[in-house]
Design a protein around this ligand. Structure first.
Ligand code: ZN
Length: 138
């Protein structure tokens, strides 16, 4: 359970709040000029951050005001609470535990994309290419 400090009301129980998704998603200036893909990305595509994430919350059973929160999605630690329209605050990076032991880097083994079928020179016509397709012209 989170204890969330509403900017207006002070610390309150998480159950008084509702999550409102990723913060700082600006409404497009001219939505009519967007392609369908751009519009869909505005509507549906959100970051899925592991770590510090800026999100919107509303104090739904209290003052009903929206605000932004900078929260760690792993530890649930609340770094900052700030008003709507305010820029995302810069966190003094307290050097998050950077994994010292990197997992083995993925290296291409070279097993893929080597020579094609044996016996076929590049550019040589495949024997199946000239085989007429039985269903053709039916
Ligand atoms: Zn409030």
């Amino acid at each position: 359970m989170l204890l969330i400090s509403c900017p207006n009301c002070g610390p309150r129980d998480e159950t008084e709040f509702h999550y409102g998704g990723q913060a700082h998603i600006a409404y497009p200036e001219s939505p009519n000029d967007l392609t369908d893909r751009e519009w869909a990305e505005y509507l549906f595509y959100r970051e899925n951050t592991k770590g510090t994430f800026a999100e919107r919350w509303v104090h739904s059973t209290g003052c009903r005001q929206w605000f932004n929160m900078l929260r760690d999605t792993v530890s649930y630690e609340i770094h900052s609470i700030y008003g709507m329209g305010q820029p995302r605050p810069d966190l003094k990076t307290t050097s998050p535990k950077s994994e010292p032991d990197k997992p083995g880097e993925f290296t291409q083994s070279g097993d893929f994309g080597q020579a094609g079928e044996p016996g076929l020179a590049p550019g040589a016509a495949s024997p199946t290419a000239t085989t007429p397709i039985s269903s053709e012209g039916v």
